[in-house]
Design a protein around this ligand. Structure first.
Ligand SMILES: C[S@@+](CC[C@H](N)C(=O)[O-])C[C@H]1O[C@@H](n2cnc3c(N)ncnc32)[C@H](O)[C@@H]1O
Length: 271
């Protein structure tokens, strides 16, 4: 099942590879949840899911609590009269002026389908700033939201840094880490999902925490670009590389292939 949110860097395109690598275990921990592509397409008894984006986690908590009533509420914003430039900027302004968590969550679903390329982007002050997308008839993801809601009954959501979630892992848990991509080249920028960038120091901190979690008995799987930097950072892990097709602009010819990897750290044996 596809996630109900469009999300930069989502792993739906490589879901089979990720499923094969994460295998099975007691609980799946996803500290970089994003749209939840792996949560939705895996089969664990329970899930610990987190991300540092508070709007995203509030949306999931609202959906988990209110279910179908919230989905109906979101759908009311997908009427044709709301698909205008004026209404879009009015709702974006409302989103940025701290409305109730429920209204903010519903507007996030609207913005995600009505803004340019579905890009959830914030300015330095934390305000959502992606422009209007001018789509003819934005799709309302009812079936996808319902699926997420049903599955959320076995999940716990937290808004927190990856380290806090990974250190909660117990022997037998599996941790799937999908951090913001490390840049392909030294001149490319690190992917930014918020005002706080995820730079090389954060990538290295992730590897250190991953080794601690593996030592405590969890399997850790990490996705990233395959570069000199990540190859070096993931030394000692089993690394599998592969090419993926990447859309680099909205034009059909703006496509190229990039090298990605999945690194696996097996749990240390019990002593
Ligand atoms: C590549 S996306 C994850 C995509 C996800 N696997 C999916 O399929 O949609 C990376 C996510 O990491 C989150 N993030 C950035 N810094 C973080 C941090 N320090 N701790 C936890 N999450 C963070 C971002 O908000 C973003 O949602």
């Amino acid at each position: 099942m596809k996630p109900f949110l469009k999300w930069a860097g989502n792993k739906i395109h490589i879901i089979e590879r990720v499923r094969e690598k994460i295998g099975s275990g007691n609980r799946l921990i996803e500290p970089f949840l994003g749209s939840g592509a792996v949560f939705l397409n895996s089969d664990f008894k329970s899930y610990l899911l987190s991300d540092t984006n508070p709007d995203l986690i509030n949306l999931y908590l609202t959906l988990q609590k209110q279910g179908k009533d919230f989905i109906d509420y979101c759908e009311s914003l997908f009427r044709p009269e709301y698909n205008t430039e004026a209404k879009f900027y009015e709702l974006r302004e409302m989103f940025n002026s701290h409305p109730s968590p429920e209204l903010k969550s519903a507007i996030l679903v609207y913005l995600n389908r009505h803004c340019y390329n579905g890009l959830i982007r914030y300015n330095l002050k934390g305000g959502f700033n992606t422009p209007f997308g001018r789509y003819h008839n934005p799709y309302f993801p009812r079936a996808e939201m319902l699926y997420f809601y049903e599955k959320s009954k076995i999940a716990q959501f937290f808004c927190q840094d990856f380290e806090a979630s990974m250190l909660k892992a117990k022997r037998g848990d599996v941790i799937y880490c999908d951090p913001p991509y490390s840049p392909i080249s030294k001149t490319a920028n690190f992917t930014s999902y918020s005002a706080k960038p995820f730079g090389p120091l954060e990538q290295i901190r992730l590897v250190k925490v991953a080794w601690i979690a593996a030592k405590h008995g969890s399997k850790v799987v990490i996705s990233n670009h395959s570069t000199e930097f990540t190859e070096d950072a993931y030394k000692g892990m089993a690394v599998n590389q592969f090419e993926v097709q990447r859309t680099i602009s909205c034009k059909a010819n703006g496509r190229n292939k990039v090298l990605e990897l999945i690194a696996v750290m097996e749990p240390a044996a019990q002593v």
